[in-house]
Design a protein. Structure first.
Length: 208
């Protein structure tokens, strides 16, 4: 793993292959091989080695987490969700990154209630961040909870004034809440920050 961190990939692979040759049931070595292959962009090999690691150690939470990420990147959203569930179940302490990723995956699958529950759980345990508030604000928008969306997005902007997407999304919240003037002001700010969707909204919607 030191060799891997220093980008000496051939030597790292040789050492890890020797490890699994000497101890074929060494789940962590198979897992580390998967990390090596992911760094090299060999996703299928990485997935195969994660399968092996999980078969050898069914409570290896980080292997489920990494397999979920790779499955999600390949468009297997339901497979990713199943692995995030396993990662959370296998970890004795709250696995906050898995909860966050599972929330985003649930959102992609249309399970907005589940997504909101996961995001709230992360915020409760970790505290707020602009990205988390933006994500929760977007879910509130989907549910038609425009005032809650405005609160989250406004707090995100206060925490990170250059967060162009939060400005744009707050514009959407204002628009849906019946306040087109405030919406256009936020679209303009997002456009000034370089957000392309904001530029489009200003061009075609904010005509005074």
């Amino acid at each position: 793993m030191v060799l891997l961190q220093n980008q000496r990939l051939d030597e790292a692979e040789s050492s890890l292959r020797k490890a699994v040759e000497l101890a074929p049931d060494f789940a962590l070595a198979w897992y580390n091989l998967s990390r090596l292959y992911e760094v090299q962009g060999k996703e299928q090999e990485a997935l195969a080695h994660l399968d092996k690691a999980i078969a050898l150690q069914e409570d290896l939470a980080k292997a489920y987490f990494d397999r979920a990420r790779l499955r999600g990147a390949q468009g297997d959203t339901r497979g990713a969700l199943a692995d995030y569930n396993e990662a959370i179940a296998a970890q004795s302490e709250p696995y906050l990154q898995a909860y966050l990723n599972r929330g985003l995956t649930r959102k992609m699958l249309g399970d907005f209630g589940g997504a909101l529950a996961d995001i709230n759980h992360v915020i409760e345990l970790e505290g707020t961040s602009p990205e988390l508030l933006k994500t929760r604000g977007n879910i509130h928008l989907i549910y038609g909870l425009y005032n809650k969306a405005l609160l989250d997005l406004t707090t995100a902007i206060q925490m990170s004034p250059d967060f162009a997407e939060a400005w744009f999304n707050r514009g959407i919240a204002h628009l849906l809440n019946g306040d087109p003037l405030s919406a256009c002001s936020d679209f303009q700010k997002s456009a000034e920050l370089g957000y392309e969707k904001g530029k489009e909204k200003v061009k075609y919607f904010c005509v005074y």
